[in-house]
Design a protein around this ligand. Structure first.
Ligand code: DGP
Ligand code: NA
Ligand code: NA
Length: 211
């Protein structure tokens, strides 16, 4: 049997209300329409044992020490790695709603956390072939309605998170593409579909790299 081309690992990042979840769903549909297998994942994955601890923390039903919760978010990514590798090797493209970059941006937005410390537990995770950053200004995000009630959903914290993302995307070791998320849903979709299909073409003959 001929070696099968692998799928691409494509991550959507951005602050809350940038439209990541809507765009992830539409992107999976578009891949399938052009005959490419695609699978949606999201982090945190709240369905696992670790994910339930994280979910309770986010819902303010429990408190966890900040370093501890950072490591739990990372562990929640690691526990999905066998599945991720299997899917990619079978030729399925993974579209992921948040990944290690959210991990670094959210924890390093807290006082006294360096970016370097925050990155360490995610070193070795499968590296995305493309990170789409849905950029939305805090003012535009505010026009999309009230924040929810989960931990982190305040405008002050989200502004610090946004600053961290902008810092992270200056690093050239990851293929970041910035998309203007203030456009219509269809315009954003057309942009990210084009970028994602060309990322798949570039990725499918290359081995999976590591963060
Ligand atoms: P969501 O289910 O996409 O709304 O994400 C839940 C919240 O958790 C959101 O505010 C972003 C935040 N988050 C996602 N990943 C991480 C992470 O690895 N570390 C930290 N501290 N927060 C994260
Ligand atoms: Na949220
Ligand atoms: Na993401």
């Amino acid at each position: 049997m001929a070696a099968c081309k692998r799928g691409a690992l494509i991550v959507l990042e951005g602050v809350d209300r940038a439209g990541k979840t809507t765009q992830c769903t539409k992107l999976v549909e578009s891949f399938r329409e052009v005959g490419r297998a695609a699978h949606l994942l999201r982090f945190p994955d709240r369905t696992t044992t670790i994910g339930k601890l994280i979910s309770s923390y986010l819902e303010n039903k429990s408190d966890l020490e900040d370093h501890t919760v950072h490591l739990l978010f990372s562990a929640n990514r690691w526990e999905l790695v066998p599945l991720m590798k299997k899917k990619l090797e079978e030729g399925t493209t993974l579209i992921i709603d948040r990944y290690a970059f959210s991990g670094v941006a959210f924890t390093s937005a807290k006082p006294d956390f360096s970016i370097e410390w925050c990155k360490a537990p995610d070193v070795g995770l499968p590296k995305p072939d493309l990170v789409l950053y849905l950029r939305l200004s805090p003012a535009a995000a505010a026009q999309r309605g009230e924040f929810g009630t989960e931990r982190y959903e305040t405008s002050g914290f989200q502004q610090r998170v946004e600053g961290r993302f902008e810092q992270l995307m200056d690093e050239n070791s990851v293929n970041w593409q910035v998309v203007d998320a203030s456009q219509s849903i269809d315009e954003v979709h057309d942009n990210i579909k084009r970028l994602s299909l060309s990322a798949l073409t570039a990725a499918e003959d290359r081995p999976i790299a590591e963060l």
